[in-house]
Design a protein around this ligand. Sequence first.
Ligand SMILES: Cc1cc2nc3c(=O)[nH]c(=O)nc-3n(C[C@H](O)[C@H](O)[C@H](O)COP(=O)(O)OP(=O)(O)OC[C@H]3O[C@@H](n4cnc5c(N)ncnc54)[C@H](O)[C@@H]3O)c2cc1C
Length: 615
Amino acid sequence: METTNLFDFWTDLFRPLPRNPREGFMSDYTPIDQEEFDFIIVGAGSAGCVLANRLTEIPEWKILLIEAGGNENFFSDIPIFAAFLSTTPMNWMYNSEPEQKACRDLRGNVCFLPRGKVLGGSSVLNFLIYQRGHPDDYDDWAKMGNHGWSYSEVLPYFKKSENIKISSLRNSTYHGRGGYLDIEYAPYKSPLERLFKRAGEELGYEWRDPNGEQVIGFSKPQATMRNGRRCSTSKAFLEPIRFRRNLKVSKHSMVNKILIDPRTKTSYGVELTKQMKRIRVRALREVILAAGSIGSAQLLMVSGVGPEEHLREMEIEPVVNLPVGYNLQDHVTFSGNAFIVNDSSLTVNDMLAASPLSAIAYLAGRGPLTLPGGAAGLAFTRSPYAMDDHSPTRPDIELVMGGGSLAGDLLGILRSLLGVTDQWYYRMYSSLPMRVRQNTFSINPVLIRPRSIGRLKLRSGNFSDHPSIKMNYFDDPKDLKALVNGVRLIQQVIGTSAFQQYETRLHDVPFPGCENVLFDSDQYWECAIMQTAITLDHQVGTCKMTPAGDPSGVVSPRLLIHGMRGLRVADASIIPRIPAAHTNAPVIMIAEKAADLIKEDWGMHRVTTNFIDGS
Ligand SMILES: Cc1cc2nc3c(=O)[nH]c(=O)nc-3n(C[C@H](O)[C@H](O)[C@H](O)COP(=O)(O)OP(=O)(O)OC[C@H]3O[C@@H](n4cnc5c(N)ncnc54)[C@H](O)[C@@H]3O)c2cc1C
């Protein structure tokens, strides 16, 4: 039954005018018990929305897309408010187990692990940065035996989804035109961008397109953005096809279990809860999990697919013994540093973001609110710890320059995202007058080739109980040392004449807990990182893709669960080794390719309906 949730509809009304004809309200469908569909997709996130679009290109296939959350809205569209969204019910609110070497001084001594619970999934919560990674990231997947996943084989899928709106890149062979997903630069040009570019040049780096031929260099962030507003996968891939008759979207619906015949090891549907009612729906062809690295792994295990011993501990009858939940990888970053400049017009902090002028500019698709998650510059570099990488041109450290900093977070929004306590904030920054706190910006190092690996386990056989997530950040000591090297590179950037022209300096109050270590020594930075390092929200790998026979694998290169029928996974969880990049674009690529694999396996030609005019 098709219905309209009044709250969803109401929040949708606030979207700015004029309306793009491709955008519009997705109505809600409640399936009846035992209703049959050709394919059931679990999760309407970065991957799920792409899959729903591509599979409904076959008119005779009836598709059900099931999502635990509701609609995105006016506020989630505002790029600079990305951090705020993680404090709302659009976030699943997962936490890690207490970590030994990260998040030690954060609220509850745990790392917050935000994940989207909304149509568009984490592409609604994310910082909009569009980054694909290094060609060797994908060539390495292929070398592991995952045929079909080399860079030259996945590049067409990156391009297929893309509608590049950056004029200087429109003719690049690395970018696509006419796809569903708009990629643009933020209309707002941060004054810091000019300094960052000059600093990079002073240090010998080129200003370049990091999604092009070479990754290492300094750049302006490319963003999943449409006219200065967030372009989630829901907006990009679902809304334009909202009138397709063979697509049904069930919102506010939580899948509790995959239905599996234990005798034939074939999946035949799912059980979901909606408005307190349990409904079973049947898949005539396949169930496709796109519930993300946490959701897909958890669903498999509560349904009997996972490590046998662990499942028995949880009193779940094992159906197939596979290493689900292992191989959890993520990018970790260090975000407490604030740099002070002598010119208030350079930075974007709370006062500017909250000003009526910024709001008016935003309604016209301009102004500082359009900065993607506040990011104004990216740099990709190699630390000495990248020497053991066989690829000589792959970066292991990324620098993300924010137009503001944690010190300027007077309203407490960034603090909430990071899990930083008010007490910590005041100990660090209260010595700075309010006015000076607004004159600060940040450059954060990100470890993009981590060696440390975590694990996700169940707490119970009930999907509603959040799983136990051990990230194991910095378990390998080289990871911590590489990140300290990132701090040193940032110091070089700040030391360039470009930044020194504005007397840029580090706010040098020692991090709480590190006061007894010599300030600015490597040991000091190791301590500071362990106190406040946080996730960049790129968890991947819990349902690792490998060829058959590899005991570490959960899905095949065709994304089918090893040893089963009728069950596929297509989301961030299948990634065997995390790319040196933000993960939204790689996940969208995975879903594009997965759709073609599914069509091939069911004997369908490759049908696509990209827009020809990408304006
Ligand atoms: C705060 C944040 C910032 C980020 N910043 C960036 C960035 O700037 N650039 C970038 O490239 N990447 C970024 N990422 C990462 C990127 O967004 C994710 O890697 C990507 O969105 C993952 O896609 P996915 O399809 O695997 O999972 P998701 O997009 O998380 O989708 C999973 C969907 O499944 C639903 N679901 C889960 N379980 C169930 C269930 N049982 N029943 C029904 N529905 C269910 C969820 O509600 C969700 O909608 C960020 C992520 C976050 C959270």
